[in-house]
Design a protein around this ligand. Structure first.
Ligand SMILES: Cc1cc2nc3c(=O)[nH]c(=O)nc-3n(C[C@H](O)[C@H](O)[C@H](O)COP(=O)(O)OP(=O)(O)OC[C@H]3O[C@@H](n4cnc5c(N)ncnc54)[C@H](O)[C@@H]3O)c2cc1C
Length: 403
């Protein structure tokens, strides 16, 4: 009889990294990856930047295949529709049932959509390769008037790319008074807004969207304060929803992603782990409050830790590891500048200090909690990003916030 595989649900970055790290951690048994997209795993950050701008090709997004995972079984274009964690089995959209020795939850996020009245044609999101293809076609129509709903990092990136592509008008709408104020705090968010405005982006802040105008396709965006913004292309960038419905009925906490313990295990089960954007984990480095982290560094960090935990369990050993305590890192390219973040700035939003430079040039900002540095963000060119990186060691040495 064949040994049961490790089944990885979700065949994107976190799923791929989990497979690679399982091999690195010594699991030599079968691995089956199941992914509902038809594409092999690809890199998402360029979808709102280089690839959307036409500076890199869609083909360049694919992750390079590594020899260590040449023998894994791929089930692409197939969703996991149900899981029975007591029976250690999953059901796929093609009707197949799969028993597993261990399960890796790597199903990530999908874009939240606005539930407002009006036409849907002309409204876009950007999460997948197919989304980005459709958006690029729309943005390269001559004279396009673009409204980006949501002033988070993806909204700001898409607005910058739309300007670079020559859109006639680009307006970012958000009910909050500043872009990216949640992760950055008001000081840096204000500087970010000024830079966007200097490069041609308009903002309509402080009012939410109430509806979309137009018959067959969108022609305008109506705001709560009565304004109507003319629009040929709307990009909805209003957050994301975790893909966890397939885990319903197993008694798990799926409030916002999949709740894990300090070793990324799910529901008290040593053979089930969650990785990537979908994992809501306590970070021993901070206050122990479980949070999801949608940063590119997290699929790899979570996969490394979870794979050691699983491989140990499958070999009959306890984890013997320190609790998971990654240092989150994040970057965002917008126009000709980069935001580069290390640590957890959002936890230190109440005590923000300029550490280097000035807010109209290259600047490095520090975020503090109880007087301790918990995060740094640089805004500017390569030198600012390098200055942020120099604080990594200091951030890594800080005692846990709960200590
Ligand atoms: C446009 C964009 C730009 C970004 N830019 C940056 C950046 O500049 N810097 C940064 O740090 N981070 C950035 N990120 C974030 C980073 O890309 C994500 O954190 C990372 O891609 C998460 O990977 P993941 O594998 O956990 O999730 P996902 O990439 O969401 O992968 C989950 C996969 O599972 C599939 N799936 C879902 N449900 C099922 C199911 N039931 N069965 C089977 N398969 C399923 C999904 O279709 C998807 O393929 C960006 C993200 C996006 C979308």
């Amino acid at each position: 009889m064949n040994a049961a595989p490790v089944v990885i649900a979700g065949a994107s970055m976190a799923g791929l990294r989990a497979a690679e790290q399982l091999r690195a951690a010594g699991w030599t048994g079968p691995i089956t990856l199941v992914g509902d997209e038809p594409h092999a795993p690809y890199n998402r950050p360029p979808l709102s930047k280089e690839v959307l701008a036409g500076k890199a090709s869609f083909d360049s997004l694919a992750f390079r295949p590594r020899a260590a995972v040449a023998d894994v079984t791929w089930n692409l274009g197939t969703a996991v529709v149900r899981a029975d964690l007591d029976r250690q089995s999953v059901e796929l959209s093609d009707g197949t049932g799969l028993s597993y020795a261990a399960l890796v939850v790597a199903t990530g996020m999908r874009p939240r959509r606005l539930r407002c009245p009006g036409p849907t044609a002309g409204r876009h999101t950007v999460r997948t390769l197919d989304d980005a293809r459709a958006l690029r076609t729309a943005l390269t129509e001559p004279g396009a008037r673009v409204v980006v709903v949501g002033a988070g990092f993806i909204g700001c990136e898409v607005a910058a790319t739309a300007v670079a592509l020559g859109a006639a008008e680009v307006t970012v709408v958000d009910p909050l008074p500043l872009p990216m104020a949640g992760p950055l705090g008001e000081l840096l968010a204000g500087a970010l807004k000024r830079r966007h405005e200097q490069r041609g982006v308009r903002f309509a802040l402080g009012a939410g969207v109430t509806g979309f105008e137009g018959e067959d396709r969108v022609t305008g965006v109506a705001l709560a304060d009565g304004r109507v913004l003319p629009a040929d292309v709307v990009v909805e960038s209003v957050g994301s929803i975790a893909n966890t419905e397939w885990l319903d009925g197993n008694g798990l906490d799926l409030t916002d992603g999949v709740l894990t313990d300090e070793h990324l295990r799910v529901g008290g089960r040593p053979e089930v782990v969650a990785v990537g954007d979908v994992a809501r984990f306590p970070n021993a480095r901070y206050d122990g409050v479980p949070r999801r982290v949608e940063h590119w560094s997290i699929p790899t960090d979570t996969a490394k830790h979870a794979a050691k935990v699983l491989a140990g369990h499958l070999a009959g050993a306890e984890p013997g590891l320190d609790p998971f305590a990654p240092l989150p890192t994040f970057w965002s390219d917008q126009h000709d500048f980069r935001l580069q973040s290390f640590g957890a700035p959002a936890l230190g939003r109440e005590d923000v200090r300029v550490l280097d430079g000035d807010l109209d040039g290259d600047v490095l900002v520090g975020y503090h909690r109880d007087g301790r540095l918990v995060g740094v963000v640089a805004l500017g060119g390569q030198q600012a990003a390098a200055a942020a990186a120099r604080h990594r060691a200091e951030l890594l040495q800080q005692p846990a916030l709960t200590a």
